[in-house]
Ligand binder design. Structure first.
Ligand code: HEC
Length: 156
C-alpha cells in the first residue's frame, strides 16, 4: 500500500516535472516575442501602406495632362520601393509567428507574401519598373488569396 502510494507520488512528481519543463519551454518561446499589435493593425499599419507605396510606383495613370509614368525617377524613390518591399517580406514572416499564425493555408500564403516581396526587393534594386508592375500584381493576388479564406470566407 505504502509502496504503491510512493510509486504513484513518484510518478506524479516526474509527470509534473515534465509538465513544468514543458511549461518553461513554452514560456521562454513566448518570452522572446512582445506582440504589440494584432493582425488587423499589422494589416492597416504595416502591410497596407507598404503595399500601396509599391502599387503607386509602377505602371501609368491617365490624367488631364496626359499619361503619367508612375515609376520612381530618383534613387530615393527606388529606395523607398525597396524598403517597402523589405517591410512586406518581413511582415510575411511576422504573419507566421505564433501569435499571428492561423490554421490551414495561412503560413503557406504568408510565405507567398515574403517570397513575392523578395522578388520586389530585387526588382527595385535593379530599377526594373516592368517587374515592379508584374510582381505588384502577384502581390495583390497574395492579399486576395488570404482574404478570401480568412477575411471574407462567406464570399468564397
Ligand atoms: C496570411 C494572410 C493575409 C495576407 C497575406 C494578407 N492579409 Fe490582409 N488581412 C488578413 C486578415 C485575417 C485580416 C482581418 C484581420 C482582423 O480583422 O482581425 C486582414 C485585414 C486586412 C485589412 C483591414 C481590413 C479592415 O477591416 O480594417 C487590410 C487593409 C488588409 N488586410 C490589406 C492587405 C494587403 C494590402 C495585403 C497584401 C499586400 C494583405 N492584406 C495580405 C490576412 C491577410
Amino acid at each position: 500500500m505504502i509502496g504503491s502510494l510512493t510509486r504513484m507520488l513518484t510518478g506524479l512528481m516526474i509527470y509534473s516535472a515534465v509538465l513544468a519543463a514543458h511549461g518553461c519551454a513554452e514560456e521562454s518561446d513566448s518570452a522572446s516575442y512582445n506582440s504589440v499589435i494584432d493582425s488587423k493593425q499589422l494589416m492597416n499599419w504595416i502591410v497596407d501602406p507598404n503595399a500601396d507605396l509599391i502599387w503607386a510606383s509602377a505602371g501609368t495613370i491617365s490624367t488631364l495632362e496626359g499619361v503619367q509614368d508612375l515609376a520612381p525617377t530618383t534613387q530615393e524613390g527606388w529606395d523607398a520601393v525597396r524598403n517597402s518591399a523589405a517591410t512586406l517580406a518581413e511582415a510575411g514572416n511576422l504573419l507566421m509567428a505564433p501569435y499571428h499564425s492561423r490554421e490551414g493555408d495561412w503560413n503557406e500564403i504568408a510565405l507567398g507574401l515574403t517570397n513575392t516581396a523578395a522578388l520586389l526587393i530585387e526588382a527595385a534594386e535593379n530599377k526594373n519598373d516592368q517587374q515592379i508592375f508584374d510582381y505588384g500584381g502577384q502581390l495583390y493576388n497574395v492579399c486576395v488569396a488570404c482574404h478570401q479564406i480568412y477575411l471574407y470566407p462567406e464570399e468564397v
